[in-house]
Design a protein around this ligand. Structure first.
Ligand code: 0X9
Ligand code: ZN
Length: 308
């Protein structure tokens, strides 16, 4: 709790203060961690929630795209539920797994989206030979970088991959941190908006990954649980390249290919385009409820299939 009601979108400073209050309120089951520093020098923070040692882990990266405010709203709400919910299904998520959650990964871009340009997507590092600023963090990972037209080499593009993998201090820091804990988690989730999709690897090719049938079973469980809520919201599940578009150098594909994390999803939250990135605050809590129903089903199916 602590004054957060998820009735509006919070700014970075508020989210960090809230995180501090949560760490202070639940010292025995939480631990703050630091991914590293952004280009503009902000600290990229996360929280580990753990009710024991060496439980199977789930890593959540959120708000890599600055304007996707619903993602950090949902991630913070989810953290709060793991710590305070009395519901049996939520308690078992908290009790049986170690959670590593980074609610605002693209801190510079997020701040910029609040101060200057609500529709900002990328990081904020200037390009040396061009007036355009920033890189699409979700094209900057070192896995099939720039392949198959899944990113742009134009610094002014919204999907600019960067001059090279890890050109951004944020993605480099994330890859170092995630690699350092790679034996502690089995599931990698990346929170995005919008479109109501649950996307599996691969992003860089229409070829389907080896365990696609399993990923689709998990996707069906996630979508089915959300559809069964009173909102009856529909999520479509499938591989990124086949249901959305080709996207190369993404975080989920990097974790899948390079760290061998065979359960990885991009979750694209509400809505389907009516409000898009400007999802009204009144939809924050419904979106959060949907994520929880979907997450319970996703983790349950992932465990049944032997990945957790
Ligand atoms: O293009 C993206 O980075 C994501 N969509 S968004 O509209 N939020 O920008 C989708 C990325 C999915 N990538 C993989 N799962 N590989
Ligand atoms: Zn996104």
């Amino acid at each position: 709790g602590d004054g957060f009601g998820w009735k509006r979108y919070y700014e970075l400073e508020e989210i960090e203060a809230w995180l501090d209050s949560i760490l202070a309120a639940y010292p025995s089951v939480t631990e703050g961690f630091t991914i590293g520093k952004s280009f503009e020098g902000r600290t990229i923070r996360g929280i580990k929630i753990s009710h024991g040692t060496n439980k199977p882990g789930i890593f959540i990266e959120s708000n890599i795209h600055a304007r996707e405010w619903i993602t950090s709203a949902t991630a913070t709400w989810f953290i709060n539920e793991l710590l305070s919910s009395k519901q049996t299904a939520v308690r078992s998520l908290a009790d049986n797994y170690d959670w590593y959650i980074v609610p605002v990964f693209n801190v510079d871009g997020f701040e910029y989206s609040h101060r200057k340009d609500r529709m900002w997507r990328k990081t904020r590092q200037p390009h040396p030979t061009n007036n355009c600023i920033g890189v699409d963090g979700n094209r900057n990972f070192d896995s099939h970088f720039m392949e198959n037209g899944g990113a742009s080499d134009n610094p002014c593009s919204e999907t600019f991959a960067g001059a090279a993998p890890w050109s951004e201090p944020e993605t480099k820091a994330l890859s170092d941190y995630v690699t350092s804990i790679k034996d502690k988690f089995n599931v990698y989730l990346s929170f995005h908006s919008y479109g109501q999709w649950l996307l599996t690897p691969y992003g860089h090719t229409m070829v389907l990954p080896p365990n696609y049938d399993h990923l689709q079973d998990i996707g069906a469980a996630f979508a089915g649980a959300i559809k069964s809520l009173p909102y009856a919201t529909e999520y479509v599940h499938g591989s990124t390249a086949t249901v959305l578009y080709v996207a190369s150098g993404s975080s989920v594909d990097w974790a899948y290919n390079e760290l061998d994390k065979k359960v990885g999803f991009t979750i694209e939250y509400r809505d389907k385009g009516r409000f898009g990135f400007l999802l009204p605050p009144a939809q924050i809590l419904p979106n959060c409820e949907e994520l929880m129903a979907g997450m319970i089903a996703l983790i349950d199916k992932t465990k049944q299939l032997g990945y957790l």
